[in-house]
Each structure stands twice: as structure tokens, then as C-alpha cells.
Write a protein that binds this ligand. Sequence first.
Ligand SMILES: Cc1cc2nc3c(=O)[nH]c(=O)nc-3n(C[C@H](O)[C@H](O)[C@H](O)COP(=O)(O)OP(=O)(O)OC[C@H]3O[C@@H](n4cnc5c(N)ncnc54)[C@H](O)[C@@H]3O)c2cc1C
Length: 461
Amino acid sequence: MADYDVIIVGSGPAGIFAALELAKNEKIKTLILEKGPDVGKRSCAERLTGKCINCDPCRITSGWGGAGAFSDGKLTLSTEVGGWLGDYIGNQELASLISYVDDTYRQFGAPVEVHGTGDENIRQLQRQAVLADMRLVPMRVRHLGTDRCYDIIKLMKDRLESHIDIRAGVQVVNLLTEDGRVTGVQTAKGEEITGDYVVVGPGREGADWLNTEVRRLGLSPVSNEIDIGVRVEVPAVVMEPLTKELYEPKLIYNSRSFEDRVRTFCVCPYGVVASESTDGITTVNGHSYAGKKTENTNFALLVSTAFTEPFNEPIAYGKYIARLANLLGDGIIIQRLGDLMDGRRSTPERIARGTTVPTFTDATPGDLSFVLPYRYLSDIKEMLTALDKLAPGVNSRNTLLYGVEVKFYSSRLKLTSTLETEIENLYAIGDGAGVTRGLMQSSASGVVAARAILSSIAGRK
Ligand SMILES: Cc1cc2nc3c(=O)[nH]c(=O)nc-3n(C[C@H](O)[C@H](O)[C@H](O)COP(=O)(O)OP(=O)(O)OC[C@H]3O[C@@H](n4cnc5c(N)ncnc54)[C@H](O)[C@@H]3O)c2cc1C
């Protein structure tokens, strides 16, 4: 008899929602293994002192709650964003799961307010976007905020603790299989834990590890796209025409020069720019707090690339560019848009002369044109020009660009409609499996796998 019915690898939103669903059946013995620290021990040096010390694993992306615990907590209530789960389960099922997951977040303290519901004004903005060669994807967003997000994830742990076993600081290194069926996991300390079902939800933090396991186990990866770009910071008033109506304006632009898809991502009104570190590589990100506001708004402009044969290493490519930025800037590079346009680097003096005061002070003033390929820079400049028509001032000389922001979407695995891999009883969920790229869909993917396991176990008896 196996030690556990179900072993979940990773306690991000995907793993937590799988566990919450499984816990509905008291008889099922579940274990969650998390390589990062427990929820109370996730202090980030950068947030305390302003200086990232490259913790391994990164306290922002690793630990109970995953990248979700410190995320901005924007729950996007739309099937159009946040991943590809709809490709597996269909959009109708996804819509119903979004509502189910949203209710669960509400039960744990998510606020009542939903942004992006003022329809007539949004239609006006959609019209303006079309005139500026962009598409505005209307979307309802429930904003938890980084601080509340953390509380909710802690409450979820409190609820789960009496139902399942939770072990933090335990890294899984091997998935154990026998005759095409999963039998358990092996930890970094060599401990073997057996389980009838294994659900892997390692997030972006564990995507490389999962890739290695996928190759070792002979599973079929499906190449995913990569998003590369910059984080833009402007005075909050500049973005208000958009952020007042839509908390998270999703704008998509097809670039003239390359016909690339450029999009806004993770808009943080009155927020702060932040860094994150994975595998020794520092990239830029942003967040906003529910209870504290800055004078600025930041957002990412990302260019999506799906590489074609023979190249099949989008993650390696993204890391290469991020490393180059780290090499030149000793971390994150900041540049005024005006300096970029004039073909010169930014210096501390030039940044200080600008009218936008950076919220992230640990970046090195430099020149992003040494880092980003011409294609990406052109795409980003074009999108800033288009965006300026909806939010005049975005394309100003004083706009700050931080680089680089890279979204590594792990290789997608070949999965069934219940997210089971080609190995029996082995399920792959969340961002690490390349199925999702946001809180809502990653949480929903956990529910999908857990429900399939519950019905498989029920069918066995
Ligand atoms: C700063 C920031 C802000 C964000 N803001 C938003 C937002 O506002 N809205 C939104 O929708 N999304 C946001 N995101 C993205 C969101 O947090 C992720 O999409 C989501 O957390 C993915 O969930 P997941 O469970 O798949 O993976 P993760 O949350 O990444 O969790 C995976 C967990 O698995 C653990 N793990 C990895 N490998 C192993 C292993 N081998 N053994 C044991 N444990 C392992 C990791 O330590 C990690 O804790 C943000 C992300 C960041 C970093």
C-alpha cells in the first residue's frame, strides 16, 4: 500500500486548489511537498532592505503559496487571459471553473469589488483602441493586492492543515514510475515517498526541473511561446483614462514592422516596480498593494514569440537575454524613454532630471538597446506610440523603462482533458506545466486534476 493516495508537488495556487478539492473527501490521504519555506518564513530581503540577495530558492516565487503568495493578486475573471487551460477543457467548462474558483477566493476573504464593469465607458475605450490599431480585451478583475493575497493563502493553509500533510523545505528531484504508471517521488535528500497519484505543479520556478523530468521519462513536450519585453513606469495620472475604467487594461497590438503580438501585462496602478530572481537570473516585475498607493503606475509591454523548427529552446533564449541585462546592469537596467530614443544610455543624473520618480531604486541606469534585439525594441516603441493615443503621456521622454521582463512559459506537456500526462496517474498543472500563466487559471487547473483523481478513486472502489 502506498504512503499516500495523492502527492502534490508545489504549493502554489495550482497545488493548493488541488489540495482544497481533494480535502473534500476526508478518506483521501494527501501530501503536499514544497521546496521553498513555509508561509511565515518567506521574508524577501529586497522588500525589507531594497537589495535583492538572490536567495535560492527565491522567496518571492517559492514557498507556501508559490509565486501567488506575493503576487499582485489580480484575479482575472475571463477565459481570454491567464493561460491555455481552455484548450484542454473547453471554454465553457473554464468559465464555470473560473466562477467556482472566484467563489472560493471570496470565501477566504477576497474583496467584493470587481473592476472593469462600467460597460458604456469601456465600449468607448474599445473604439479608441481600434482607431489606434489595438484591441482592448474587456475583462473583469478582482484585485486582492499583494498583502491580502498573502493572508488568503495563509488561511488556506490553516484550513488544509487538519486534512492533509504539508511539508515545506522538501524538494522533489525525481518522479518515480513503474510500467508506465507513477508510483511516487524522490526528494533531494533521497527519501522515497510512494503515492497512487502524483500531481506536479512546480510553477515557473520549477519549470526547468519538470522539463528535465519530462525528457528523462520520455514524455512529449510541446514548445510554448516566450514573452520578452520591458516594464514601463509612468505617473499614475497618465494611465488613469484606462485604469479608472479597467483595473487591468489588456491591450493587444500587432506590430507594423514584424507583425509581432505586443501586449500590456500586469498593469499595477499606483504600484511599485520590483525584481524577481530565478536560477540566479534577475528579471523585473511589478505589483500594487491593496492598502498603500504610490504616485506611479507600472505595466509590462511584452512581445510574444513562438519559435519554429529547428529551434526549440524558448526558455534558454529568454534566459540568455535576461542574463545579458544582468551582465550589463548588474541586475535590472533602467532607462528613460527619451534617452533610448536619442541613442544614449541613462545615467543617475539623467534619471534624477526626469519627472517620473522611479519606485524601484536598485536598477542601474543604462541602455536597453545593448540588451534587447532590434525586433523587440521596435515592437515596444511602436506599441508605446499607439498607447499614447489612449493614455496621452505614455510615450513621453520621461517614461521609465526597466529591463528586462521575461515570462518563461514552460514547455507544454502533452496532456489529456483532465491534465493527466502520458504516464498513468501523473498529472501536471499550473504555470510549470505550461498550461497556465496566472492565478485564476492555475488555481482552476488544480481543481481539474483533483476532480479527475476523485472520480478515478471513486471508480476504483
Ligand atoms: C511578482 C508577481 C506578481 C504576479 N501577479 C499576478 C497577478 O496579479 N495576477 C495573476 O493572475 N498572476 C500573477 N502572477 C502570476 C501568478 O503568481 C502565477 O501564475 C501563479 O502563482 C502560478 O501558480 P502555480 O501554482 O502554477 O505555480 P507557483 O505559484 O509558481 O508555485 C509553484 C511552487 O512549486 C514549488 N516547487 C517548484 N519545484 C518544486 C520541486 N521540485 N519540489 C517541491 N516544490 C517545488 C515552488 O517553490 C513554488 O512554491 C504574478 C507572479 C509574480 C512573480
